[in-house]
Design a protein around this ligand. Sequence first.
Ligand code: MEV
Length: 269
Amino acid sequence: MKFTVPGKWILVGEHAVVRGAPAIVAPLSSRSLILEESTELEASPLQTALEKIAETLPGLSEKFSRLKVSSDIPVQAGLGSSAALSVAVARYLEAHDFLPNEEILAKAQEFENIFHGSSSGLDLAAVSASGPIFFRRGEDPKPLTCAWTPKIYLHDSGTRSSTKECVEHVANQNRKDLDQLMAMAVDGARAALRLSEAEGISLLKDAILTAAKCFEEWGLMNAESAALTEKLYRAGALAVKPTGSGNGGFLLSLWENTPPEEFRGLPGF
Ligand code: MEV
């Protein structure tokens, strides 16, 4: 039995979502993680992460010693690799009758907290969804109404960061104003996607720029992300922001027209 789970990308709403603000997020279907039984295990950061999860399930250590995890979701890049691993393991437990179906998400959240500290559950909801969702902590995610498909691409800054450290860094600043600004970006993006492309694109651009401002104010733009942002604007991007916890990882860009091939990165949609 194979458990395949996609990555995720966040349009807007990072960090403020931890404190109850909404967010918009989507599965990244071009990248996925696979969990399967195998006798040929290879050392990798994800295999180590799986061992950390296994330590919390002492009765199952033998079963877990035969589980292999492979993935093309970059690790610590903001694309949901730990959420995908957590959901895959919870689904494995459910399939083997170690977990009732209705507890899959709660168990996955326990696993993700090992890596993220106190996660909002946003990434888990995204990798479990079949399309973009509107998410608020503690509520059922709602499928997002999209009247058009924005040209959104994801680009690797080449640097990696710890979600746990970024979440703590933001929480310690206690900037309620930035949480509110991020919530406004989410409202704007949601409204923009309900309009036609011609009417919605400048509203979506403003929403992404507002979210980008939050990342800057939180001090989560490292030099590599700033340099890549500049490059994307010079190539004609309308708006650029980090996607995920920031301080490196992947950036998201919005374009009016399909960008030149070298700037297409990973397509969001
Ligand atoms: C990380 O992908 C998203 C954050 O908002 C953390 C979380 O929601 O748990 C930074």
